[in-house]
Design a protein around this ligand. Structure first.
Ligand SMILES: Cc1ncc(COP(=O)(O)O)c(C=O)c1O
Length: 368
């Protein structure tokens, strides 16, 4: 029987926050002493810093990435018609489009990048298409050159899902800056994570940003009068203050995660398939997925050695009950991804020794 030789959790958020404890407590006390908890100076300054960091027009702080996507659609007036979405994404991407009133049209991803395939997206455009939604998964940027061109040629709005890709770039430009509106998530495991939920809608056009600000606050204008039906989806002052601490360290986080990913790239058995970054993109790795036929056995092998690995995601969007009825077509690439994908640990607090242990454990299994 195998004995557990080590303990490497998939993610250790406690280790990340422990490292920043003094600054996080300072941020918490500042908000506590201010007596302002909703839509105050912390949210305002975080929005400004976030927009500056990624060269975005304006950032609007909201309660989650899911709400950010929903508000992005609503602020752009996208409430009916078809939206093209990669079939390999988290369910929230598709649910948000449906929540706004749109019909999702799924497109099987490129089998090499695992991201939205520009050619597939082109073939999916119909007279009812109103928008296209690239998703930058795992910290890998989509082919924003081709996708932007496609949107322009067909007069489509574009909304980017940047929930997993803070700091990723295409052609030197940060993701989120290519589209009419972009959504970011601050779910705790993201590269820029809050101590709870949070998100941002990034918008270039000032009028759209103003509408997003209204929509996060019931749809009320500056007089406090509801002019349309919105959400209660405001980023908390407390989360904004915490996020400012993490934003100041984001480059450090991304540098370490990219370094670990590079060690995996170099050390893992070459037979193990991994997503290929799009030409011209600069990843900001948030997950490190490998694709392996005997995925479940590999996961078990790692668990036996005390190494945590996770599946992103075990059920593709088109197989969720709430979504299946609204989409048509087959998505064999997406199905294959979800049955073979496994994310290896990528915490910024992993030591080089732990990374080596993981590489050896995966290679050992691969050789069997
Ligand atoms: C690709 C993608 N889109 C949307 C979301 C939704 O973000 P949140 O969990 O903040 O609602 C997530 C995060 O979980 C995600 O990974």
């Amino acid at each position: 029987m195998r004995t557990s030789v080590t303990k490497i959790p998939f993610e250790d958020l406690g280790a990340v926050t422990k490292h920043l404890r003094g600054e996080l407590v300072g941020a918490f006390e500042r908000v506590l002493d201010s007596g302002i908890f909703i839509l105050g100076p912390e949210v305002e300054s975080f929005e400004r810093l976030f927009a500056e960091k990624f060269s975005l027009g304006q950032a609007v702080g909201v309660a989650s990435g899911y709400d950010a996507l929903t508000i992005a659609f609503l602020a752009l007036g996208l409430r009916e018609g078809e939206v093209i979405i990669p079939a390999n994404t988290y369910m929230a991407t598709v649910l948000a489009a449906m929540r706004a009133g749109l019909s999702p049209v799924l497109v099987d991803p490129d089998p090499e990048t695992l991201l939205l395939c520009p050619e597939g997206a082109r073939r999916a455009i119909t007279g009812k298409t109103v928008a296209i939604l690239p998703v930058h998964l795992y910290g890998l940027a989509c082919d924003m050159g081709q996708i932007s061109l496609l949107a322009k040629e067909h007069g489509l709005k574009m909304v980017e899902d940047c929930a997993q890709a803070h700091g990723a770039r295409f052609g030197g430009r940060f993701v989120g800056a290519f589209s009419d509106a972009a959504a970011f998530s601050f779910y705790p495991t993201k590269n820029l994570g809050a101590l709870g939920d949070g998100g941002v809608v990034a918008v270039g056009e000032p009028a759209t940003a103003s509408r997003a600000r209204m929509l996060r606050n019931y749809g009320a204008d500056e007089r406090g009068e509801a002019v349309e039906i919105g959400l209660n989806s405001r980023l908390d002052e407390l989360q904004a203050a915490i996020l400012k601490v993490r934003l100041a360290r984001l480059d450090e986080t991304l540098r370490r995660k990219n370094e670990i990913a590079a060690a995996y790239d170099a050390g893992l058995d070459k037979r193990i398939k991994r997503p290929l970054p799009v030409k011209g993109s600069t990843p900001a790795k948030s997950l490190y997925p490998v694709l392996f036929q005997r995925r479940d056995e590999l996961k078990e092998h790692l668990a036996g050695l005390g190494i945590g690995a996770k599946i992103h995601y075990p059920t593709p969007p088109h197989r969720h009950g709430a979504i299946a009825h609204a989409v048509s077509g087959d998505f064999p690439v997406s199905d294959r991804i979800s049955s073979t994908i496994l994310s290896l640990p990528l915490s910024e607090r992993l030591t080089d020794g732990e990374v080596k242990t993981i590489i050896d454990a995966v290679n050992d299994f691969c050789g069997k």
